[in-house]
Design a protein around this ligand. Structure first.
Ligand SMILES: C[S@@+](CC[C@H](N)C(=O)[O-])C[C@H]1O[C@@H](n2cnc3c(N)ncnc32)[C@H](O)[C@@H]1O
Length: 206
């Protein structure tokens, strides 16, 4: 893939998803969409620091909604996995992908690679990771970067501290300056990823 087209592709994807940004409180919890334009800066910094490797990194969004962050990350990782508890929300992915792919083709920009795996499931249920292992070949302990947009960030933080591999990263979107802590085993690596005031990066200690 042409590297010089990667960031133009991200900008086109961000503009596309900006047209369908979501923010509401539903029966199954809180839904809000990552600001993809700001997230481009986060990706740049993660990449510069060597945290994203196309040949090895496994990324997982623990509440992926329509998979927009998965689409973004797919260009920079080996596997881009998303888990979403609400099947209706997850179903939005198919139609959006159709629209997005048409737009990227028209603009001569690279389409997301075929490494996106999205599941309907509960991210705190071990059964979900059993299914994930069966379908993708990777389990919870193989994930290199976990992601959440506020949702259950404290519960996920505990789970990552207890069950992720040492060195696994946890990118938490939605906090600025006053950052949550997830216990002794989790350290803050970057308090303000990409200098956008939107996300902090944690790591499970070795
Ligand atoms: C704040 S939205 C973030 C969506 C997307 N990650 C983004 O940044 O644009 C959180 C999503 O997590 C989902 N969710 C809530 N609890 C969940 C759980 N236990 N397992 C999986 N998904 C969950 C919600 O339905 C919602 O779509």
């Amino acid at each position: 893939m042409e590297t010089n087209l990667l960031f133009p592709a991200l900008k086109a994807i961000a503009a596309f998803f900006d047209g369908c940004k979501v923010g509401y409180q539903g029966t199954k919890g809180y839904r809000k969409s990552t600001d993809l334009f700001k997230f481009i800066h986060c990706i740049r910094e993660l990449r510069t620091l060597g945290f994203l490797d196309k040949d090895s990194t496994v990324f997982t969004d623990l509440g992926c909604a329509d998979g927009r962050v998965n689409i973004f990350m797919s260009y920079f990782v080996r596997q881009s996995i998303g888990i979403e508890i609400d099947s209706e929300i997850l179903n939005e992915y198919t139609l959006r992908r159709k629209g997005l792919d048409g737009l990227l083709r028209q603009a001569g920009l690279p389409l997301p690679p075929g490494n996106i795996f999205l599941f309907n499931g509960n991210s705190i249920d071990p059964e979900t990771y059993k299914r994930m292992g069966e379908e993708t070949g990777v389990g919870f302990a193989d994930v290199d970067i976990f992601y959440t947009y506020i949702t259950l960030h404290d519960v996920f933080g505990e789970k990552i501290a207890a069950e992720a591999r040492p060195g696994a990263l946890y990118l938490v979107y939605g906090f600025n300056r006053i950052l949550p802590r997830y216990g002794e085993k989790m350290e803050i690596v970057l308090p303000d990823v990409g200098s956008q005031g939107i996300a902090a990066l944690y790591r499970k200690k070795e």
